[in-house]
Ligand binder design. Structure first.
Ligand code: MRU
Length: 359
């Protein structure tokens, strides 16, 4: 059994477990993990065994259902108190991707809306909602892909940063959804994937999954994307996103804003692909987004045979940066493409979602 036989994140009904591909081992080793306890699920998110905003959301939706199954009481108030504890614990695993708290709040709504109902019925409702969150992700990413595909033409060069691919979601990914759909339809894109220091999600994950899918992919070091654009190789940039603020500022993997700046300089359209679950209207601007800081060893030691920086050197290692809204050509959602002014565009997108949900 190989990579294409497994989903990135799923509920294993027989094992009553969260089933994930361990992304820290790719591309060298394809290993599934079956996680049952809150601690195992928290660790998997924190350690990036499951990563990428939509996949983290789906994992949390399933994880909180599994945690609720273990709450041993028939009393609604006691159940709610234990549920809230588990929710806050899972929510503390990573701070930037809003999909984590989005999925947990969605499950919390299930519990609150069934106030006083028998606990087994509530647990079953959480089960159904977890399944729905996961299936919805597939439909949402496919729709993002369809909208994204309207922005490009066969033979185009498309650049991406980090992994907003199948490995960041259940299927299709977000930034890679137009690539997968175009590939199915014979578009013959030329994909450029930034390696994405320090954790190499671009080299290890994006190159791996797109190459497995049979696409034409070229790996770039992070300092090469401006050259690729200057050479005229790139007709559009598609990247994913961890949180979009109400004004259109978008947090994504560190290095994304540099790509956006280069794209502006060379007249290459720069698109953020984001499900509506990643748009956070409660966060006014990019300044209000909490950026995760990670350990220095990821920069000084990881991947090297021996340490490549002097002992005691200061290290700045933010996992994400914010791309200013004015550098973004459009934000591709499952309900259409939002363009500046973003606040109004998002209101329109959310109106469409309320009137005619795709799932
Ligand atoms: O630290 P990671 O690997 O979870 O960071 C992932 C990214 O920055 C992705 O680009 C983002 O989550 C979008 S995935 C649709």
């Amino acid at each position: 059994m190989g990579f294409n036989d497994f989903d990135t994140v799923a509920l294993d009904e027989e094992k009553n477990a969260l089933a994930i591909i361990d992304q820290t081992l790719l591309p060298g080793e394809m290993k599934m993990l079956y996680l049952t306890t809150q601690k195992e699920i928290w660790d998997a998110i924190y350690l990036l065994q499951v990563r990428g905003a939509p996949a983290i959301g789906v994992a949390a939706g399933i994880g909180i259902y599994l945690a609720a199954r273990e709450i041993k009481t028939d009393d609604y108030d006691e159940f709610l108190a234990e549920f809230e504890k588990a929710k806050d614990y899972l929510d503390s695993s990573r701070p930037t991707a809003v999909n984590l708290s989005w999925a947990l709040k969605r499950q919390e709504q299930v519990v609150l809306s069934m106030k006083g109902a028998p606990v087994p019925e509530i647990v079953e409702a959480l089960h159904q909602e977890a399944i729905k969150i996961r299936l919805e992700d597939i439909a949402v990413c496919k729709s993002i892909g369809e909208y994204g595909l309207t922005l490009v033409k066969p033979g185009d060069g498309l650049l991406t940063h980090c992994n907003a691919g199948r490995l960041c979601a259940v299927k299709y990914g977000t930034a890679t959804a137009p690539m997968y759909l175009g590939h199915e339809r014979g578009y013959n894109f030329k994909i450029f994937s930034d390696e994405t220091r320090p954790l190499l999600q671009g080299a290890r994950l994006t190159c791996f999954e797109l190459h497995e899918a049979g696409m034409d992919v070229t790996l770039l070091c992070d300092n090469m994307s401006a050259t690729a654009m200057r050479n005229g190789w790139v007709q559009a940039v598609f990247v994913g996103c961890d949180r979009v603020a109400a004004n259109g500022d978008a947090a994504n993997k560190i290095g994304t804003s540099m790509v956006a700046l280069a794209a502006k300089r060379y007249g290459v359209p720069f698109y953020i692909c984001a499900p509506t679950s990643t748009i956070d209207m409660n966060t006014p601007t990019g300044k209000d987004i909490r950026i995760e800081q990670r350990k220095p060893e990821e920069v000084t030691e990881m991947w090297y045979e021996k340490r490549m920086a002097p002992e005691g050197i200061k290290v700045f290692n933010p996992a994400f940066d914010v791309t200013d809204a004015d550098l973004i050509t459009g934000i591709v959602t499952e309900y259409g493409i939002a363009r500046a002014p973003y606040k109004e565009a998002f209101e329109d997108i959310f109106r469409k979602k309320a009137e005619n949900p795709i799932f």
